[in-house]
Design a protein around this ligand. Structure first.
Ligand SMILES: [Zn+2]
Length: 149
């Protein structure tokens, strides 16, 4: 675990987040992620901290189920983090908005957000719902620790 720092383009929004130096990041093809080109990794919300007056520079866009809170900087428009629909108790960090130096490896996985329900089931649903590959077991292990924390 390391402390990553990051934020938006104009630097009015700044945050720090505790996460591994090597992360699995999701490239989601849903309507909003694909327009933003965001490659994101998820952390429990208690690992994320907004710094200074960042909150005053943020505004939030929602659509559809309104579960995801698409926060972005009022001034420069950059989404450096947001609250994702998949993990409403977590925070999605835009890997491209992390200051250089602390993220040593980003493994990019694709999430079919255009078919959100079936993709969520496939990637993140509880193990009891069917057989899973080793890769998904790893994801689930991460997610179960994520929930306990
Ligand atoms: Zn900004």
């Amino acid at each position: 675990m390391v402390m990553h720092h990051g934020g938006c383009h104009c630097r009015r929004v700044r945050w720090r987040v505790q996460a591994p130096s090597s992360v699995v990041a999701w490239n989601c093809n849903c309507s909003v992620c694909s327009m933003r080109g965001i490659i994101q990794f998820v952390v429990p919300s208690e690992k994320f901290e907004l710094l200074g007056d960042s909150k005053e520079c943020l505004t939030t866009y929602t659509f559809g189920t309104h579960t995801a809170k698409h926060t972005f900087c009022k001034f420069c428009g950059i989404t450096s983090f947001y609250v994702p629909r998949s993990f409403p108790d977590g925070v999605s960090i835009s890997s491209r908005c992390v200051d250089p130096g602390t993220l040593t490896h980003v493994e990019i996985k694709h999430f079919d957000g255009r078919n959100w329900e079936s993709s969520y089931e496939q990637e993140f649903a509880p193990r009891s719902q069917g057989a899973v590959s080793t890769e998904l077991e790893e994801t689930e292990l991460k997610l179960s620790s994520f929930k306990v924390e």
